[in-house]
Design a protein around this ligand. Structure first.
Ligand SMILES: [Zn+2]
Length: 167
């Protein structure tokens, strides 16, 4: 269990194909624990996917606890082999990513989703989420498919913004 360095664009691991987990064994749980540890170490992070810690596998962690834009909140959790079951009610919102630290972008995402995956015990878990948690889930689902929010913006010239620096 460890806090791992977050891979930054243009690291090729962010775009590499990912493998599903055959079984949720100790190796899988170790990836899950590293995701949780690395996410909680980055204080503003609401999610992280395995490729961002250099692991080409289908897993992510999400935690929108305490976030002002959150409505549904399932706390901190890991999903292995996540699948999007339902996505409705698309809304454009501003998004950022630990792997693209200097930019944010306007991305249309569903605000009501159902996502299924396996939890740390290998049990099937169904997450019904809305608002900010739905956005976080969809952002992480994209990561396991090698997609970044920059691949989702309508226009790279008008929908991408440089982050303000306060130092
Ligand atoms: Zn991201």
């Amino acid at each position: 269990m460890a806090v791992l360095p977050v891979r930054l664009l243009p690291d090729p691991v962010l775009k590499a194909p990912t493998q599903p987990f055959d079984t949720i064994d100790d190796d899988a749980r170790s990836v899950g624990a590293d995701l949780l540890d690395t996410m909680s170490d980055a204080s503003h992070s609401v999610g992280i996917a395995a490729p961002q810690i250099g692991v080409s596998a289908r897993a992510f962690a999400v935690d929108v606890s305490g976030h002002s834009k959150a409505d549904s909140c399932h706390g901190a959790f890991v999903l292995f082999n996540p699948v999007l079951i339902l996505a409705t009610n698309y809304v454009v919102g501003r998004e950022g990513c630990m792997s693209v630290p200097d930019l944010t972008g306007n991305v249309a995402r569903a605000t009501e989703v159902v996502v299924q995956g396996l939890d740390m015990d290998g049990r099937l878990r169904t997450i019904e989420a809305n608002a900010f948690e739905a956005r976080a889930l969809l952002h992480e689902l994209d990561h396991v498919d090698g997609l970044l929010f920059l691949d989702r913006v309508e226009s790279l010239s008008t929908d991408v913004f440089r982050r303000r620096r306060y130092r």
